[in-house]
Design a protein around this ligand. Structure first.
Ligand SMILES: Cc1cc2nc3c(=O)[nH]c(=O)nc-3n(C[C@H](O)[C@H](O)[C@H](O)COP(=O)(O)OP(=O)(O)OC[C@H]3O[C@@H](n4cnc5c(N)ncnc54)[C@H](O)[C@@H]3O)c2cc1C
Length: 432
Protein backbone atom coordinates (compact mmCIF):
# COMPACT_ATOMS: atom_id res chain seq x y z
CA UNK A 1 0.00 0.00 0.00
CA UNK A 2 1.70 3.20 -1.16
CA UNK A 3 0.58 6.16 0.91
CA UNK A 4 3.43 8.57 0.28
CA UNK A 5 4.78 9.99 -2.97
CA UNK A 6 8.32 10.89 -1.96
CA UNK A 7 10.02 10.37 1.40
CA UNK A 8 13.35 12.02 2.15
CA UNK A 9 15.65 10.51 4.78
CA UNK A 10 18.34 12.83 6.18
CA UNK A 11 21.32 10.63 7.05
CA UNK A 12 22.30 7.32 5.48
CA UNK A 13 23.74 5.57 8.51
CA UNK A 14 22.02 2.69 10.32
CA UNK A 15 18.90 4.60 11.39
CA UNK A 16 18.47 6.29 8.01
CA UNK A 17 18.96 3.10 6.02
CA UNK A 18 16.56 1.12 8.19
CA UNK A 19 14.00 3.94 8.02
CA UNK A 20 14.32 3.84 4.23
CA UNK A 21 13.66 0.09 4.30
CA UNK A 22 10.59 0.73 6.46
CA UNK A 23 9.31 3.43 4.09
CA UNK A 24 9.98 1.60 0.85
CA UNK A 25 6.69 -0.38 0.81
CA UNK A 26 4.72 2.78 1.60
CA UNK A 27 6.38 5.44 -0.51
CA UNK A 28 6.64 5.56 -4.29
CA UNK A 29 10.15 7.05 -3.93
CA UNK A 30 12.56 7.21 -1.00
CA UNK A 31 15.69 9.40 -1.20
CA UNK A 32 18.43 8.91 1.36
CA UNK A 33 20.62 12.01 1.67
CA UNK A 34 24.01 11.85 3.34
CA UNK A 35 27.05 14.11 3.42
CA UNK A 36 29.17 11.06 2.58
CA UNK A 37 29.01 8.99 -0.58
CA UNK A 38 27.09 5.77 0.11
CA UNK A 39 28.87 3.18 -2.07
CA UNK A 40 27.40 -0.27 -2.57
CA UNK A 41 30.20 -1.74 -4.69
CA UNK A 42 33.97 -1.60 -4.83
CA UNK A 43 36.57 -1.33 -2.08
CA UNK A 44 34.72 1.44 -0.18
CA UNK A 45 31.47 -0.50 0.18
CA UNK A 46 32.61 -1.95 3.52
CA UNK A 47 34.98 0.87 4.55
CA UNK A 48 34.54 3.21 7.55
CA UNK A 49 32.89 6.54 6.65
CA UNK A 50 33.72 10.06 7.78
CA UNK A 51 30.14 10.67 8.93
CA UNK A 52 30.37 7.73 11.36
CA UNK A 53 33.62 8.37 13.25
CA UNK A 54 32.72 5.63 15.75
CA UNK A 55 32.65 3.09 12.91
CA UNK A 56 36.17 1.81 13.57
CA UNK A 57 35.30 0.70 17.09
CA UNK A 58 33.57 -2.49 18.18
CA UNK A 59 29.84 -2.38 17.50
CA UNK A 60 27.77 -5.14 19.04
CA UNK A 61 24.39 -5.82 17.56
CA UNK A 62 21.90 -7.15 20.10
CA UNK A 63 19.66 -10.12 19.30
CA UNK A 64 16.64 -7.82 19.18
CA UNK A 65 18.36 -5.65 16.57
CA UNK A 66 19.19 -8.69 14.45
CA UNK A 67 15.59 -9.84 14.60
CA UNK A 68 14.15 -6.43 13.71
CA UNK A 69 16.61 -5.91 10.84
CA UNK A 70 15.77 -9.36 9.51
CA UNK A 71 12.08 -8.41 9.58
CA UNK A 72 12.78 -5.37 7.44
CA UNK A 73 15.25 -7.10 5.13
CA UNK A 74 14.58 -10.85 5.06
CA UNK A 75 17.69 -12.96 4.47
CA UNK A 76 19.97 -10.28 5.93
CA UNK A 77 21.68 -12.70 8.28
CA UNK A 78 22.81 -14.77 5.30
CA UNK A 79 24.17 -11.60 3.70
CA UNK A 80 26.11 -10.75 6.88
CA UNK A 81 27.61 -14.24 6.90
CA UNK A 82 28.48 -14.03 3.20
CA UNK A 83 30.26 -10.73 3.90
CA UNK A 84 32.48 -12.39 6.51
CA UNK A 85 30.51 -12.13 9.76
CA UNK A 86 31.30 -14.93 12.18
CA UNK A 87 28.40 -16.72 13.92
CA UNK A 88 28.80 -16.77 17.69
CA UNK A 89 29.05 -20.40 18.66
CA UNK A 90 27.00 -20.05 21.81
CA UNK A 91 26.00 -17.66 24.50
CA UNK A 92 29.11 -16.37 26.18
CA UNK A 93 29.53 -14.11 29.14
CA UNK A 94 29.44 -10.52 27.97
CA UNK A 95 31.78 -8.35 30.00
CA UNK A 96 29.64 -5.28 29.84
CA UNK A 97 26.19 -6.75 29.98
CA UNK A 98 26.77 -9.55 32.44
CA UNK A 99 29.53 -8.48 34.76
CA UNK A 100 29.81 -4.76 35.25
CA UNK A 101 26.09 -4.31 34.82
CA UNK A 102 23.76 -7.20 35.61
CA UNK A 103 21.55 -8.34 32.72
CA UNK A 104 18.36 -7.05 34.26
CA UNK A 105 15.34 -9.13 33.48
CA UNK A 106 16.54 -10.28 30.08
CA UNK A 107 15.08 -13.57 28.90
CA UNK A 108 17.33 -16.58 28.40
CA UNK A 109 19.82 -15.80 25.70
CA UNK A 110 19.67 -17.46 22.31
CA UNK A 111 22.21 -20.11 21.53
CA UNK A 112 23.32 -20.25 17.94
CA UNK A 113 21.81 -18.59 14.92
CA UNK A 114 18.41 -17.03 14.83
CA UNK A 115 16.08 -19.91 14.19
CA UNK A 116 12.40 -20.46 13.66
CA UNK A 117 11.49 -18.70 16.88
CA UNK A 118 13.74 -15.74 16.19
CA UNK A 119 10.93 -13.28 16.66
CA UNK A 120 10.28 -14.34 20.22
CA UNK A 121 11.04 -10.78 21.27
CA UNK A 122 14.52 -10.95 22.72
CA UNK A 123 15.21 -8.43 25.48
CA UNK A 124 16.82 -5.06 24.91
CA UNK A 125 20.08 -6.27 26.42
CA UNK A 126 20.46 -9.76 25.00
CA UNK A 127 23.71 -10.26 23.07
CA UNK A 128 23.35 -11.01 19.38
CA UNK A 129 24.63 -14.01 17.52
CA UNK A 130 27.17 -12.51 15.10
CA UNK A 131 30.68 -11.11 15.26
CA UNK A 132 30.91 -8.39 12.61
CA UNK A 133 32.51 -4.98 12.18
CA UNK A 134 30.38 -1.87 11.99
CA UNK A 135 31.45 -0.89 8.44
CA UNK A 136 30.60 -4.37 7.12
CA UNK A 137 27.30 -4.43 8.97
CA UNK A 138 26.37 -1.01 7.59
CA UNK A 139 27.71 -1.83 4.12
CA UNK A 140 25.56 -4.97 3.87
CA UNK A 141 22.46 -3.14 5.07
CA UNK A 142 23.20 -0.26 2.65
CA UNK A 143 23.52 -2.63 -0.29
CA UNK A 144 20.19 -4.27 0.53
CA UNK A 145 18.32 -1.02 1.16
CA UNK A 146 19.58 0.83 -1.90
CA UNK A 147 18.53 -2.15 -4.03
CA UNK A 148 14.89 -1.83 -2.89
CA UNK A 149 12.50 -0.54 -5.56
CA UNK A 150 12.16 3.25 -5.46
CA UNK A 151 15.04 3.82 -3.00
CA UNK A 152 18.02 5.94 -4.07
CA UNK A 153 20.92 7.77 -2.41
CA UNK A 154 21.96 11.38 -2.96
CA UNK A 155 25.16 12.89 -1.62
CA UNK A 156 24.71 16.29 0.03
CA UNK A 157 24.41 18.07 3.34
CA UNK A 158 20.92 19.02 4.43
CA UNK A 159 21.13 22.69 5.45
CA UNK A 160 17.51 23.32 6.35
CA UNK A 161 13.86 22.41 5.89
CA UNK A 162 11.45 23.58 3.19
CA UNK A 163 7.93 24.27 4.41
CA UNK A 164 4.50 25.35 3.31
CA UNK A 165 3.85 29.12 3.47
CA UNK A 166 2.28 28.84 6.92
CA UNK A 167 5.30 26.82 8.14
CA UNK A 168 2.99 24.11 9.45
CA UNK A 169 4.09 21.42 7.03
CA UNK A 170 7.59 20.32 6.03
CA UNK A 171 7.70 19.92 2.27
CA UNK A 172 11.35 19.00 1.69
CA UNK A 173 14.94 19.86 2.44
CA UNK A 174 17.56 22.32 1.26
CA UNK A 175 20.78 20.71 0.10
CA UNK A 176 24.24 22.25 0.30
CA UNK A 177 27.42 21.09 -1.39
CA UNK A 178 27.99 19.54 -4.79
CA UNK A 179 24.34 18.86 -5.50
CA UNK A 180 23.06 22.07 -3.88
CA UNK A 181 19.37 22.63 -4.45
CA UNK A 182 16.00 21.60 -3.13
CA UNK A 183 14.46 18.19 -2.65
CA UNK A 184 10.70 18.12 -2.34
CA UNK A 185 8.74 15.38 -0.62
CA UNK A 186 5.72 14.66 1.56
CA UNK A 187 7.74 13.19 4.47
CA UNK A 188 11.18 14.10 5.85
CA UNK A 189 12.80 11.69 8.30
CA UNK A 190 15.56 13.13 10.44
CA UNK A 191 18.15 10.37 10.87
CA UNK A 192 21.12 12.73 11.02
CA UNK A 193 22.38 11.32 14.32
CA UNK A 194 23.71 13.27 17.24
CA UNK A 195 24.66 16.26 15.06
CA UNK A 196 21.08 16.73 13.83
CA UNK A 197 20.01 20.39 13.80
CA UNK A 198 16.33 19.57 13.46
CA UNK A 199 15.38 20.92 16.90
CA UNK A 200 16.86 24.32 15.99
CA UNK A 201 15.09 24.27 12.64
CA UNK A 202 11.74 23.40 14.24
CA UNK A 203 12.21 26.23 16.74
CA UNK A 204 12.93 28.57 13.82
CA UNK A 205 9.57 27.59 12.34
CA UNK A 206 7.83 28.64 15.55
CA UNK A 207 7.56 25.16 17.10
CA UNK A 208 8.60 24.26 20.63
CA UNK A 209 12.11 22.97 21.09
CA UNK A 210 11.80 19.57 22.79
CA UNK A 211 12.95 19.12 26.35
CA UNK A 212 16.11 17.05 26.59
CA UNK A 213 17.23 14.42 29.06
CA UNK A 214 20.73 13.03 29.22
CA UNK A 215 23.65 11.61 31.09
CA UNK A 216 27.28 12.74 31.07
CA UNK A 217 29.71 9.87 31.48
CA UNK A 218 32.60 10.31 29.00
CA UNK A 219 33.13 6.92 27.41
CA UNK A 220 36.29 6.28 25.38
CA UNK A 221 37.21 3.32 23.20
CA UNK A 222 40.37 2.20 21.47
CA UNK A 223 40.20 -0.74 19.09
CA UNK A 224 42.86 -2.49 17.07
CA UNK A 225 42.13 -5.13 14.47
CA UNK A 226 44.58 -8.03 14.57
CA UNK A 227 45.41 -11.23 12.79
CA UNK A 228 46.14 -13.76 15.52
CA UNK A 229 48.42 -16.71 14.92
CA UNK A 230 46.76 -20.12 14.38
CA UNK A 231 45.48 -21.59 17.68
CA UNK A 232 46.23 -18.41 19.60
CA UNK A 233 43.07 -18.60 21.71
CA UNK A 234 42.59 -21.33 24.30
CA UNK A 235 40.88 -24.38 22.77
CA UNK A 236 37.11 -24.03 22.50
CA UNK A 237 37.24 -20.27 23.11
CA UNK A 238 36.31 -17.69 20.51
CA UNK A 239 36.83 -14.54 22.59
CA UNK A 240 38.43 -13.33 25.82
CA UNK A 241 36.97 -10.65 28.05
CA UNK A 242 38.21 -8.87 31.11
CA UNK A 243 35.45 -6.83 32.73
CA UNK A 244 36.22 -3.56 34.44
CA UNK A 245 37.08 -3.85 38.11
CA UNK A 246 37.97 -1.39 40.82
CA UNK A 247 41.64 -2.30 40.36
CA UNK A 248 41.52 -1.86 36.56
CA UNK A 249 38.53 0.23 35.56
CA UNK A 250 38.78 -0.55 31.83
CA UNK A 251 37.12 -3.39 29.94
CA UNK A 252 39.34 -5.44 27.65
CA UNK A 253 37.86 -7.64 24.94
CA UNK A 254 39.52 -9.75 22.30
CA UNK A 255 36.90 -11.03 19.90
CA UNK A 256 36.44 -12.12 16.27
CA UNK A 257 35.30 -9.41 13.87
CA UNK A 258 35.04 -11.35 10.61
CA UNK A 259 37.30 -12.47 7.79
CA UNK A 260 39.63 -14.32 10.17
CA UNK A 261 40.48 -11.14 12.07
CA UNK A 262 40.03 -10.27 15.72
CA UNK A 263 39.67 -6.94 17.43
CA UNK A 264 41.29 -5.92 20.69
CA UNK A 265 38.91 -3.41 22.24
CA UNK A 266 39.52 -1.41 25.39
CA UNK A 267 36.85 0.88 26.84
CA UNK A 268 36.85 3.13 29.84
CA UNK A 269 34.74 5.84 31.42
CA UNK A 270 35.35 9.21 33.05
CA UNK A 271 38.93 9.51 34.23
CA UNK A 272 39.86 6.07 32.96
CA UNK A 273 40.71 6.55 29.31
CA UNK A 274 42.25 3.70 27.31
CA UNK A 275 45.66 4.03 25.66
CA UNK A 276 45.35 5.11 22.04
CA UNK A 277 47.90 2.84 20.34
CA UNK A 278 48.71 -0.86 20.14
CA UNK A 279 51.80 -0.63 22.35
CA UNK A 280 49.75 1.01 25.09
CA UNK A 281 46.98 -1.59 24.72
CA UNK A 282 49.48 -4.43 25.09
CA UNK A 283 51.00 -2.80 28.20
CA UNK A 284 47.52 -2.57 29.66
CA UNK A 285 46.85 -6.26 28.98
CA UNK A 286 50.08 -7.15 30.78
CA UNK A 287 48.85 -5.21 33.84
CA UNK A 288 45.55 -7.09 33.96
CA UNK A 289 45.24 -8.18 37.62
CA UNK A 290 43.59 -11.60 37.16
CA UNK A 291 46.61 -13.76 36.33
CA UNK A 292 44.81 -16.53 34.46
CA UNK A 293 43.07 -14.08 32.14
CA UNK A 294 46.22 -12.00 31.72
CA UNK A 295 48.14 -15.11 30.69
CA UNK A 296 45.44 -16.15 28.21
CA UNK A 297 45.31 -12.65 26.68
CA UNK A 298 49.08 -12.42 26.63
CA UNK A 299 49.48 -15.72 24.88
CA UNK A 300 46.64 -14.97 22.42
CA UNK A 301 48.27 -11.68 21.46
CA UNK A 302 51.76 -13.10 21.07
CA UNK A 303 52.85 -12.66 17.46
CA UNK A 304 49.55 -10.97 16.50
CA UNK A 305 49.81 -8.80 13.40
CA UNK A 306 48.02 -5.44 13.47
CA UNK A 307 45.60 -4.78 10.60
CA UNK A 308 45.61 -1.03 9.91
CA UNK A 309 45.87 1.64 12.60
CA UNK A 310 44.06 1.60 15.92
CA UNK A 311 40.73 3.46 16.03
CA UNK A 312 39.62 5.61 18.91
CA UNK A 313 36.21 7.10 19.60
CA UNK A 314 34.53 8.95 22.41
CA UNK A 315 30.98 9.49 23.55
CA UNK A 316 29.57 11.74 26.22
CA UNK A 317 26.68 9.58 27.43
CA UNK A 318 23.01 9.32 26.52
CA UNK A 319 20.83 12.06 25.07
CA UNK A 320 17.10 12.13 24.43
CA UNK A 321 14.91 14.76 22.81
CA UNK A 322 11.36 14.46 24.10
CA UNK A 323 9.58 14.97 20.77
CA UNK A 324 6.68 12.99 22.21
CA UNK A 325 5.93 15.94 24.51
CA UNK A 326 5.75 18.59 21.81
CA UNK A 327 2.39 19.24 20.22
CA UNK A 328 3.09 22.15 17.87
CA UNK A 329 5.78 20.68 15.60
CA UNK A 330 5.28 20.77 11.82
CA UNK A 331 3.54 17.95 9.99
CA UNK A 332 5.73 15.85 7.69
CA UNK A 333 8.81 15.59 9.92
CA UNK A 334 9.93 12.59 12.01
CA UNK A 335 13.03 11.86 14.08
CA UNK A 336 14.58 8.43 14.38
CA UNK A 337 17.82 6.84 15.63
CA UNK A 338 20.40 8.86 17.55
CA UNK A 339 18.81 12.15 16.50
CA UNK A 340 15.82 11.22 18.68
CA UNK A 341 17.45 9.08 21.38
CA UNK A 342 21.16 8.41 21.65
CA UNK A 343 22.16 5.63 24.03
CA UNK A 344 25.43 5.40 25.90
CA UNK A 345 27.49 3.11 23.64
CA UNK A 346 28.70 0.86 26.48
CA UNK A 347 25.48 -1.15 26.37
CA UNK A 348 25.36 -1.64 22.59
CA UNK A 349 21.77 -0.43 22.13
CA UNK A 350 21.95 2.27 19.42
CA UNK A 351 21.65 0.25 16.23
CA UNK A 352 19.14 -2.11 17.80
CA UNK A 353 16.86 0.69 18.87
CA UNK A 354 17.19 2.30 15.44
CA UNK A 355 15.88 -1.00 14.02
CA UNK A 356 13.07 -1.12 16.59
CA UNK A 357 12.06 2.40 15.55
CA UNK A 358 12.15 1.55 11.85
CA UNK A 359 9.92 -1.52 12.26
CA UNK A 360 7.50 0.57 14.32
CA UNK A 361 7.39 3.17 11.54
CA UNK A 362 6.65 0.52 8.93
CA UNK A 363 3.92 -1.03 11.09
CA UNK A 364 2.36 2.34 11.86
CA UNK A 365 2.19 3.17 8.16
CA UNK A 366 0.70 -0.25 7.44
CA UNK A 367 -1.93 -0.03 10.16
CA UNK A 368 -2.86 3.64 10.18
CA UNK A 369 -1.42 5.29 7.06
CA UNK A 370 0.56 8.52 6.95
CA UNK A 371 -2.00 11.03 8.24
CA UNK A 372 -0.85 12.73 11.43
CA UNK A 373 2.34 10.67 11.48
CA UNK A 374 4.48 13.51 12.86
CA UNK A 375 2.36 13.62 16.01
CA UNK A 376 1.67 9.90 16.38
CA UNK A 377 5.09 8.41 15.71
CA UNK A 378 7.14 10.15 18.45
CA UNK A 379 4.72 8.92 21.12
CA UNK A 380 4.99 5.37 19.90
CA UNK A 381 8.77 5.56 19.51
CA UNK A 382 9.19 7.10 22.96
CA UNK A 383 7.18 4.28 24.52
CA UNK A 384 9.16 1.62 22.65
CA UNK A 385 12.50 3.10 23.67
CA UNK A 386 11.65 3.69 27.33
CA UNK A 387 12.93 0.34 28.60
CA UNK A 388 16.27 0.66 26.83
CA UNK A 389 16.52 4.28 28.01
CA UNK A 390 15.90 3.19 31.59
CA UNK A 391 18.64 0.55 31.31
CA UNK A 392 21.13 3.04 29.87
CA UNK A 393 20.46 5.78 32.38
CA UNK A 394 20.30 3.53 35.43
CA UNK A 395 23.59 1.88 34.48
CA UNK A 396 25.18 5.23 33.73
CA UNK A 397 24.10 6.42 37.17
CA UNK A 398 26.32 3.73 38.71
CA UNK A 399 29.43 5.10 36.97
CA UNK A 400 31.49 7.29 39.31
CA UNK A 401 31.27 11.00 38.32
CA UNK A 402 28.21 10.41 36.10
CA UNK A 403 25.89 13.40 35.86
CA UNK A 404 22.19 13.45 35.01
CA UNK A 405 20.96 16.31 32.83
CA UNK A 406 17.62 17.94 32.05
CA UNK A 407 17.87 20.55 29.30
CA UNK A 408 21.62 20.53 29.82
CA UNK A 409 21.42 21.38 33.54
CA UNK A 410 22.69 18.91 36.13
CA UNK A 411 19.92 17.34 38.26
CA UNK A 412 19.90 14.80 41.10
CA UNK A 413 17.72 12.31 39.24
CA UNK A 414 16.19 12.04 35.78
CA UNK A 415 12.42 12.17 35.52
CA UNK A 416 10.77 8.88 34.53
CA UNK A 417 9.70 8.87 30.90
CA UNK A 418 7.16 6.01 30.88
CA UNK A 419 4.36 8.34 31.91
CA UNK A 420 4.77 10.51 28.81
CA UNK A 421 2.42 8.34 26.79
CA UNK A 422 -1.03 9.14 28.08
CA UNK A 423 -4.01 6.84 28.37
CA UNK A 424 -5.65 6.09 25.07
CA UNK A 425 -2.52 6.70 23.02
CA UNK A 426 -0.83 3.87 21.23
CA UNK A 427 1.79 2.17 23.35
CA UNK A 428 2.97 -0.13 20.65
CA UNK A 429 0.78 -3.14 21.37
CA UNK A 430 0.53 -3.82 17.68
CA UNK A 431 3.72 -1.97 16.78
CA UNK A 432 6.52 -3.92 18.38
C1 LIG B 1 32.03 4.93 20.33
C2 LIG B 1 30.68 4.37 19.97
C3 LIG B 1 30.45 3.01 20.05
C4 LIG B 1 29.20 2.48 19.73
N1 LIG B 1 28.98 1.15 19.87
C5 LIG B 1 27.76 0.65 19.56
C6 LIG B 1 27.49 -0.74 19.68
O1 LIG B 1 28.33 -1.54 20.10
N2 LIG B 1 26.25 -1.19 19.32
C7 LIG B 1 25.26 -0.35 18.87
O2 LIG B 1 24.16 -0.80 18.55
N3 LIG B 1 25.48 0.97 18.76
C8 LIG B 1 26.69 1.49 19.09
N4 LIG B 1 26.91 2.83 18.98
C9 LIG B 1 25.79 3.68 18.51
C10 LIG B 1 25.62 3.60 17.01
O3 LIG B 1 26.82 3.97 16.35
C11 LIG B 1 24.45 4.47 16.55
O4 LIG B 1 23.37 4.31 17.41
C12 LIG B 1 24.04 4.08 15.14
O5 LIG B 1 25.03 4.44 14.23
C13 LIG B 1 22.73 4.71 14.69
O6 LIG B 1 22.93 6.04 14.58
P1 LIG B 1 22.22 6.98 13.51
O7 LIG B 1 22.07 6.31 12.20
O8 LIG B 1 21.02 7.54 14.16
O9 LIG B 1 23.28 8.16 13.41
P2 LIG B 1 24.86 8.17 12.91
O10 LIG B 1 25.32 6.79 12.88
O11 LIG B 1 25.48 9.15 13.79
O12 LIG B 1 24.71 8.70 11.45
C14 LIG B 1 24.25 9.97 11.10
C15 LIG B 1 24.38 10.09 9.59
O13 LIG B 1 23.82 11.32 9.19
C16 LIG B 1 24.70 11.98 8.29
N5 LIG B 1 24.43 13.41 8.46
C17 LIG B 1 24.54 14.14 9.59
N6 LIG B 1 24.14 15.40 9.36
C18 LIG B 1 23.76 15.45 8.06
C19 LIG B 1 23.26 16.50 7.22
N7 LIG B 1 23.04 17.75 7.68
N8 LIG B 1 22.99 16.22 5.92
C20 LIG B 1 23.19 14.96 5.42
N9 LIG B 1 23.67 13.95 6.17
C21 LIG B 1 23.94 14.20 7.47
C22 LIG B 1 26.10 11.54 8.71
O14 LIG B 1 27.02 11.64 7.64
C23 LIG B 1 25.84 10.08 9.12
O15 LIG B 1 25.95 9.21 8.04
C24 LIG B 1 28.15 3.36 19.30
C25 LIG B 1 28.39 4.73 19.21
C26 LIG B 1 29.64 5.25 19.57
C27 LIG B 1 29.84 6.75 19.51
Amino acid sequence: MTTLEHSIVMGGSMAGLLAAAALAPHSARVTVVDRDPLPVDGPDAFAPRRGVPQGGTVHRLLALGEARMEELLPGLREDFLAAGAVPRAAREADPVLDETTPNEGAPAAADGPLGADEHDAPGVDEPGTLWITRPVLEGVVRRRVLALPGVEAVQGAVGGLLTSDDKRTVTGVQLRGTDAGELHGDLVVDAAGRSSRAATWVEGLGGTRPRTLGTRVHVAYTCQRLRLREGALPEGTESLSAPASSRRPLTIDLEPCGDGEHVLAVAGTSRHQPPVDLAGLLDLVALQPERELADALDSALEGAEPVGQSSAAKAAGAHRQLWEETTDGPEGLLHIGDSAVMFTPLYGQGMTMAAVGAVALRDMLTDDGADGLAARFPRLLGALLDRAWEITTSRDAQIPDAEMLVDGAVVEELPATGSLVGAGQSTGETHR
